[in-house]
Design a binder for this molecule. Structure first.
Ligand SMILES: *Cc1c(COP(=O)(O)O)cnc(C)c1O
Length: 338
């Protein structure tokens, strides 16, 4: 192969040469030059969702799940009660990590091939006054469903509940407007739709709830309030930052803005998604989801019914031709994802 294989996976994904080249420099983690990269990156991440007036953004070392865990620990009080809107694998992960951190957790379950329902949430909140926070996965990467963020946020606001949004696989591609959609925390990461390399996440925290978050986290390393306060004072990360990952994400965001930001990225992904689904249909592959539920980010296909089909062989065949696929994440039906 004279070029890297193309990653048709939701992250890590194929990065541009410019993004790769941004990692060829070493940075001092305490140095003013690196602090300037962090500050500029934080500001531009807020711009993506128009959050300059309403939110702060706190970066955190680690994969995306670290930031989900940190957001729940920082935002939900120890005696809080979390309701998880569950239509897939990442929802179940959010419920599990909330429970493991000692928060009371309830689950409102939906089918994996449907979106979660704001009306069902409305009913549940009306009869369960003890719930303090709702967790929504914006795009459920396990299947590719887009969940109704705007409607869910409106229901949470009407009932006076906090909302935590895992926007890991949607941030930067699907529109999110912090000026009109109220959320307490929204989580994303470097290696998905912003097209950086994996290694850090970040959480947008609503300014109005920041003070109440002090001292809530039972974890030292995952305390986003402390990370925010320390960064405000020193411009530095509390513990060793993933310097090369930060530099690569900064360069990736520069290209994101040059491309035309969120509308341009959504248009490119939507175009790719249409090409993919149409081309696969011509080959006889059926997507799992009805078209109106499908986010243009990751598509789940049914495995072919042919008795000779074997995902490993299919995967190796595609890999030999330069493309990396993703296994399915459903328990009931055999699928794969692109
Ligand atoms: C990728 C992803 C995560 C984080 O997964 P990591 O493996 O920790 O990076 C969380 N939620 C969703 C919806 C995701 O797509």
């Amino acid at each position: 192969m004279d070029r890297d294989r193309i990653l048709l996976t939701p992250g890590p994904l194929t990065t541009t040469l410019r993004t790769k080249l941004a990692m060829l420099k070493d940075w001092g983690s305490w140095d003013a030059d690196f602090n300037a990269v962090t500050a500029s990156l934080r500001s531009r991440l807020l711009d993506v969702v128009h959050g300059q007036q309403t939110h702060v953004v706190v970066p955190l070392q680690g994969s995306g799940t670290f930031s989900v865990e940190a957001a729940v620990a920082t935002v939900v009080p120890h005696d809080g009660h979390v309701l998880v809107l569950d239509n897939g694998a990442y929802c179940k992960r959010a419920a599990r990590l909330s429970q493991m951190m000692g928060r009371q957790v309830s689950v409102l379950a939906f089918g994996e091939d449907e979106a979660v329902s704001a009306a069902a949430l409305d009913e549940r909140l009306a009869t369960s006054p003890g719930i303090t926070h709702v967790i929504l996965i914006h795009c459920e990467t396990g299947t590719g469903v887009e969940n109704p963020l705007v409607e869910v946020a409106a229901v949470c606001e009407r009932h006076g509940k906090g909302l935590i949004v895992d926007a890991m696989s949607s941030f930067g591609a699907l529109p999110i407007d912090a000026r009109s959609v109220r959320f307490d925390a929204l989580i994303a990461a470097s290696g998905k739709c912003l097209e950086g390399v994996p290694g850090m996440g970040f959480v947008l925290l609503r300014q109005a709830i920041l003070d109440s978050c002090a001292g809530r986290s039972q974890s030292l390393a995952m305390d986003l309030h402390d990370q925010h306060v320390y960064m405000g004072k020193t411009g530095q990360w509390r513990f060793t930052p993933p310097t090369h990952v930060v530099a690569a994400l900064s360069e990736a965001v520069t290209q994101y803005v040059e491309e035309g930001g969120q509308p341009a990225r959504l248009a490119r992904y939507a175009d790719n998604c249409r090409t993919l689904i149409d081309g696969m249909a011509a080959l006889g592959f059926r997507p799992l989801l009805r078209a109106e539920l499908q986010a243009p980010i990751i598509v789940t296909f049914h495995a072919p019914a042919h008795p000779a089909y074997d995902f490993r062989r299919f995967y190796e065949g595609a890999k030999a031709r330069g493309f990396m696929l993703y296994p399915g994440k459903l328990t009931q039906v055999e699928t794969f994802r692109v």
